[in-house]
Design a protein around this ligand. Sequence first.
Ligand SMILES: [Zn+2]
Length: 224
Amino acid sequence: MKKKNNNSKKKLIIFAICVAVLAVVAVAFSQTGGMKPFIKPKVCLDAGHGGSDVGAKYDGRYEKDDNLRLTLAVGKILEENGITVIYTRQEDVFVELEDRANFANRNHATHFISIHRNSAESKVSGVEIWVESMAPEYDKNFAKYIADSIDEVGYGDKRGVKQGYQGNPLANYLVNSVTEMPSCLIEMGFITTPEDNELFDKNFDAYAKAIADGIIEGIKKAKD
Ligand SMILES: [Zn+2]
């Protein structure tokens, strides 16, 4: 009888210790809530537009096709480098903007990169990378790695990393504002500028590698 009492006491002590340990772990987790889980990256690539939404177009060329081709090429290189990649689309289908962002959130992507091509009335050229209007330093820094990597290959005018939305720095691209992880939207040259399309086609493999390299560098080195 006495022995049984001792066992019960031991069990109670072990239980109390377990509760205490769990409480400490819970506090530790809540204090690191702002940290990003970059130990094992999971990159969500988003090929802009698709299906009935062709995006910008020029002379029979559809933005949705360029976006998908480049996205798949970038993803392949990332995967070859051991990075987990998830895609909002891998074929010519329509996907709502919110569904793209929610897909990344639901699957706990660590980084979200949307790939588009730009359009303009005038014959401008170059690559722009858009981050949120109130983007944290990390997001801007991460996008800069991609911009710098593309600049090494060279693509028309250097347009750099921009905050907000074309024509309104206070607005946002929905995929940037709804995603809960660092995100950016690459406008890979102007589809409305023939010289940019020539560069896109001529240097396609180099651009895909440059974007993938920039993402990998950013994952390793981007700072808050
Ligand atoms: Zn677009």
